[in-house]
Design a protein around this ligand. Structure first.
Ligand code: GLN
Length: 288
């Protein structure tokens, strides 16, 4: 009896590459094989081991139906970290690394420095900062208990014991506490924005994407609440939509921030606005 010889890995990739993005196919085949995408290059002519073609086909099918690659593999690289992600968390974006860079540059080199990441999701921002600065106390909050479970698992893998996770809305779990730097990548898409019904965004938690009629509801809460949670001279850094820079700067001005500026992402689009709370306005450096 004749049996069809198994296809090579390369043949599987080529067939899938006609249906989905060839790079996505590479990630999915590596995941199905339990290997890295790099491994595939060295093993392109290998015959697919039993079961692999079927496992891969199931993933290609789901990707073709729209599911994000990161949810299919359960992983996404961010900063220097390989993070677990689930549909309970936003998929970390490269532009958020800009927020991490700007936050790191503003963390004082002193004793007892404190950093907060609000709406941490997978823990991306908090864990990147914790990994770079083991002298800084890092607190991360999220309103989603399911997201915090993912973030805690990422902390165990990347920075065990370094981040204190708190469950609750924005500043709610931080009553009476102050920080040197507060950062957030909040939801900032307008609730009726058509993009929410397109592409990968359809599969991400809407609580992490959409925020009121103009997308600024969460940002208004964050800007209004930050002054009483920042130490004197402390910084607030917020990621936002590329057309929201002027509005976020105006909100910060209205709440007494100084040194307000907007930074652009790699695509030269406004992406992060930051401001500093006046030396008199903030709490004493020793507080909370
Ligand atoms: N940057 C994301 C997007 O537009 C949105 C993430 C967010 O709302 N924080 O796809």
């Amino acid at each position: 009896m004749e049996t069809t010889p198994p296809l090579s890995l390369d043949a599987l990739l080529r067939a899938a590459g006609a249906r989905i993005d060839p790079l996505d196919a590479r990630w999915l085949l590596a995941h199905a094989a339990g290997q890295s995408p790099g491994w595939l290059f060295a093993h392109a002519t290998d015959a697919a081991p039993p079961g692999l073609a079927a496992r891969f086909e199931a993933l290609v099918e789901r990707r073709a139906a729209g599911e994000p690659v990161a949810y299919l593999t359960g992983r996404r690289g961010f900063w220097t970290l390989d993070l677990a992600v689930t549909p309970d968390t936003l998929i970390p974006r490269p532009e958020t690394e800009l927020l991490v860079e700007l936050a790191l540059a503003r963390l004082p080199h002193a004793q007892g420095v404190r950093f907060a990441d609000l709406g941490t999701g997978s823990g991306a921002i908090a864990l990147a900062v914790a990994r770079e600065r083991d002298d800084v106390a890092v607190v991360a909050t999220d309103a989603s208990a399911a997201a915090l479970d993912v973030a805690r698992a990422n902390a165990i893998a990347h920075a065990p014991g370094r981040v204190e996770f708190r469950h609750g809305d924005w500043f709610a779990p931080l009553a009476g506490e102050r920080f040197d730097v507060i950062a957030s990548n909040p939801p900032y898409i307008a609730a009726r924005d058509a993009h929410l019904q397109q592409g990968d965004l359809r599969f991400e938690p809407s609580s992490a994407l959409a925020s009121g009629h103009d997308g600024l509801d969460a940002i208004r809460v964050l800007v209004a609440g930050a002054p009483e949670h920042l130490r004197a001279g402390g910084w607030l850094l917020l990621e936002h939509g590329f057309e929201q820079g002027a509005e976020v700067r105006a909100l910060m001005r209205g709440h007494g921030f100084d040194d307000i500026a907007t930074a652009r992402d790699l695509e030269q689009r406004d992406r992060v606005t930051l401001g500093r709370i006046g030396r008199e306005a903030g709490g004493a450096p020793a507080a909370g």
